[in-house]
Ligand binder design. Structure first.
Ligand SMILES: [Mg+2]
Length: 106
């Protein structure tokens, strides 16, 4: 029987990482040392699935695969204890200071 996941809709990104990682652990995906390269490529596959949804003009599937992408990414960040919220803030500030089109001509 599938249990309903009840989450607060106002979670921080850090809390989403905790939730996604906790569910992934519960489902057995962290029983042995995680292959990080494989985990990264699985995130890429979700992007590929989103592309397929987009190509087929299946908005529900497109949105679901984007959600899968975040879920896998949040799980990975949770598993590696990365404060991705802090990293996003740092990088967004860095990007803000970069030149127009980040200095690229094309
Ligand atoms: Mg998927």
């Amino acid at each position: 029987m599938t249990q309903q996941l009840t989450v607060d809709k106002n979670l921080t990104i850090k809390q989403w990482c905790e939730v996604c990682h906790s569910v992934a652990k519960e489902k057995g995906f962290w029983e042995k040392e995680r292959n990080i390269g494989e985990a990264l490529m699985l995130i890429v596959t979700e992007i590929g699935e989103a592309m397929e949804g987009y190509r087929h003009q299946d908005q529900d599937n497109f949105r679901e695969e984007l959600a899968d992408t975040f879920i896998r990414l949040f799980d990975l960040c949770g598993g590696l204890d990365i404060d991705i919220e802090a990293e996003i803030i740092k990088k967004a500030e860095k990007n803000k200071s970069r030149p127009y089109k980040h200095g690229k001509i094309c």
